[in-house]
Design a protein around this ligand. Structure first.
Ligand SMILES: [Mn+2]
Length: 343
């Protein structure tokens, strides 16, 4: 189960306190102790203040990390402001130009267990911070963080405005030499859309590494009593260097080459899984370590190309997902974006 991220709107300085309280509550709920909650509190405050003061407003995406080693909180601040001119200097404590989003980045880096930034003049800013619960008994100074390298994949799943439940869903299954991913968008939005999407994910979980075309046919059977969904599935074999992909309906997927940063769009057939599907075909592509698989629902517009985002494709998957969500979200629908860094 991949938890939904909670978006916190930031357009007014009164919302900084709300961001801090929500982050604290998430940390408590995740089972983190007082000291760690304190770090979460400071980082949330710094990120939110930066968005208000330097980013001309934006949002923070807040959630509990999906991996199971230790409780962890992830925060991603996104804005479309003037961007950070000199990232290196901003990361050094004490430096802030006043006009740029610099203040507090040094503190965030020091207090978090992992951090990454994507920005540039005119590009806005996206800042990722991860805070992990300290292991019991040992002082923080003697501990090695369990995951200095954040996860190789990241998903953002946000319900349509006014909805509590997201009608999109996604899953990732990883093995030592392979990885599989599926994204579903239940027809419409709300609880019935979520039910259809969930149903297709349960089929995926039963055998995530079965051929994607077979998976879609099985999902079609399983979804016949639901509203139906757009569903896409990718399965990567690292030893062979291949990816097999199949999709039905409006899930947009692409592979972005790690060296050229060129993108290749993956085909999807017309139809609705559970209601009406025609031909189901899967396609095989060569992939290399470091390539990115990007999959998103139609809550994000498909009108983008990798060259729109110089420098983004080498950042961590969480930042890639956050920047695409920030810029492509159509706001009227559930929005899901999944980014996987292939190994
Ligand atoms: Mn949709």
């Amino acid at each position: 189960m991949i938890p939904q991220l909670h978006p916190i709107d930031l357009h007014d300085s009164s919302q900084i306190g709300e961001a801090r309280r929500m982050a604290m509550r998430a940390a408590h709920c995740a089972g983190m102790g007082e000291t760690d909650c304190g770090r979460v509190s400071i980082i949330a405050t710094e990120l939110a203040s930066n968005v208000i003061r330097h980013g001309q407003g934006g949002e923070i995406l807040l959630g509990a990390a999906a991996d199971q080693t230790r409780p962890a909180i992830e925060l991603i601040a996104i804005d479309r402001g003037p961007g950070i001119r000199d990232l290196g200097r901003c990361m050094t404590d004490g430096y802030s130009s006043g006009a740029s989003l610099g203040q507090g980045l040094g503190a965030i880096g020091r207090l978090s267990d992992a951090m990454d930034v994507y920005s540039g003049p005119g590009r806005g800013a996206a800042i990722y911070a991860r805070i992990e619960a300290a292991a019991r008994g040992a002082p923080a100074s003697q501990q090695t963080p369990s995951s200095q390298t954040p996860s190789s994949w990241f998903s953002i799943r946000v319900p349509a405005f006014g909805e509590v439940e997201c009608g999109d869903d996604c899953r990732v299954a990883a093995g030592h030499n392979r990885i599989a991913a599926a994204v579903a968008d239940g027809l419409g939005h709300g609880p019935l859309a979520a039910k259809a999407a969930l149903q297709s994910m349960l089929v995926f979980e039963q055998s995530p590494f079965s051929p994607p075309d077979l998976y879609l046919k099985m999902a079609h059977q399983a979804l016949h009593s639901t509203r139906g969904a757009a569903v896409a599935c990718a399965r990567v074999d690292y030893d062979r260097g291949t990816m097999i992909y199949a999709g039905i309906g409006n899930i947009s997927s692409s592979i972005i080459d790690n060296h050229s940063h060129q993108g290749r769009s993956l085909p999807s057939y017309n139809g609705t899984v559970g209601l009406q599907i025609g031909q189901v075909r899967q396609f095989e592509y060569p992939v290399r370590a470091g390539d990115l698989l990007v999959m998103h629902s139609d809550g994000l517009t498909a009108r983008w190309k990798p060259s729109d985002y110089p420098g983004l494709w080498s950042r961590i998957p969480a930042l890639v997902a956050a920047v695409l969500y920030r810029d492509l979200n159509r706001k009227r629908d559930d929005a899901t974006v999944l980014v996987v860094r292939l190994q």
